[in-house]
Design a protein around this ligand. Structure first.
Ligand code: ADP
Ligand code: NA
Length: 348
């Protein structure tokens, strides 16, 4: 039987936070652990997407390794069938991007929400459209085509992504269909698998999502945070003056976020939804809830910090590079199979 091919990517933005972990990476590990022998899994650190924004070369190289170490530290494992690689190690991604861009619609790309918000940001000062366009880079406009190529070049059937990426996945399907109509039926329109998980909110501003772009370090927990850090951040998390535990995401977002985190960080066989969990805390204080939440997060992330450090330390990280090189080799072979057929269909 033909198995599933699962592909997903993450930008090399440094060590992931708890939101990235619960919203994306933990699902990847689960897909790996539940995969059938005929399934294939590819996870890419998408460094070419990162350079749509200005990057310092040294920092980018470091962030890439940090992200690779993070993926391995949370349990993605080539021995368990996951192929893990840097996007730029597989030039077939950019080759297919060019070919796709020759049948992709500018109008469709221009309607992408993320592009429109970038355009709006640059237009704030009341600039003419022309001026806004001059400041914006082509790569930022066309990166959904690269994202489509990432997926299609590996003939992915399933793509786990955050809800914010739904539109780009729809565009990837459109790219496949356009190509197939123009040339030959080769590319596979993928299915979206959106994470069932709600957003992890900031610990200091619970009406915003936890994000690496917040300047306040106390607003987030990283997957490599120490148990002491985890505990201190949870204990001072912003809640409110009512010292009881109720689940009310609208008027008590801080408390709701803690309940959500406690629920998600409880092993699945004992997990209760946050609303039911709140009932268990009847008569307890917010401090009790925080203690329990900190403990559950520490348990969920146990070992990740040490594995991450070991991976980065090992002989100057030589071992990490070997894992990446092996992943890239597998990914190149897989992508080349698609590209041979694509080139032939196009006449190249
Ligand atoms: P950030 O918002 O910190 O810049 P990214 O946009 O790089 O994070 O997101 C990487 C992945 O992590 C995406 O799949 C995204 O949906 C998920 N993610 C990011 N922040 C959160 C959050 N606060 N809660 C749940 N998932 C999140
Ligand atoms: Na983001």
């Amino acid at each position: 039987p033909r198995g599933k091919v699962i592909f997903s990517g993450i930008q090399p933005t440094g060590v992931p936070h708890l939101g990235n972990y619960l919203g994306a990476l933990r699902q990847w590990r689960k897909l790996q652990d539940n995969a059938k022998p005929e399934d294939r899994l590819l996870f890419s650190v998408v460094d070419l997407h990162a350079i749509t924004m200005p990057q310092d070369a040294k920092v980018l190289r470091l962030r890439r390794r940090e992200m690779l170490a993070s993926l391995l530290a949370i349990g993605l494992d080539p021995e368990k069938g996951s192929t893990i690689f840097y996007q730029s190690s597989v030039p077939q991604h950019t080759e297919l991007m060019w070919i796709l861009s020759c049948t992709a619609s500018m109008g469709y790309l221009g309607r992408m929400t993320q592009w429109k918000s970038k355009l709006q940001m640059n237009n704030k000062a009341g600039d003419l459209e022309e001026a806004a366009m001059t400041n914006l880079k082509l790569g930022l406009f066309s990166y959904p085509v690269l994202q489509a190529a990432d997926i299609l070049v590996h003939r992915a059937t399933h793509v786990p992504v955050g809800d914010d990426q739904r539109q780009h996945l729809e565009f990837a399907r459109e790219c496949a269909t356009n190509f197939n109509h123009t040339f030959k039926n080769i590319l596979i329109p993928p299915e979206t698998m959106t994470a069932p998980f709600p957003r992890v909110m900031s610990l200091t501003q619970p009406e915003n999502k936890m994000s690496k772009s917040s300047p306040n370090h106390r607003s987030r927990i990283n997957i490599t945070s120490s148990p002491e850090e985890i505990r201190s951040r949870v204990m001072v998390a912003l809640t409110d003056s009512q010292n009881v535990v109720t689940y009310d995401p609208v008027s008590r977002p801080g408390v709701a976020n803690l309940l959500e985190l406690l629920s998600q960080c409880t092993p699945e066989d004992r997990r209760l939804p946050p609303r039911e969990l709140a009932l268990e805390f009847k008569g307890a204080s917010l401090k009790d809830l925080k203690e329990a939440t900190a403990q559950a997060i520490c348990a969920e992330l146990a070992g990740v910090r040490d594995r991450h450090r070991d991976l980065l330390d090992r002989k100057g990280g030589k071992w990490l590079d070997e894992i990446e090189a092996e992943g890239a080799e597998v990914a190149r072979r897989n992508a080349e199979e698609t590209m041979r057929r694509v080139r032939e269909a196009v006449g190249l």
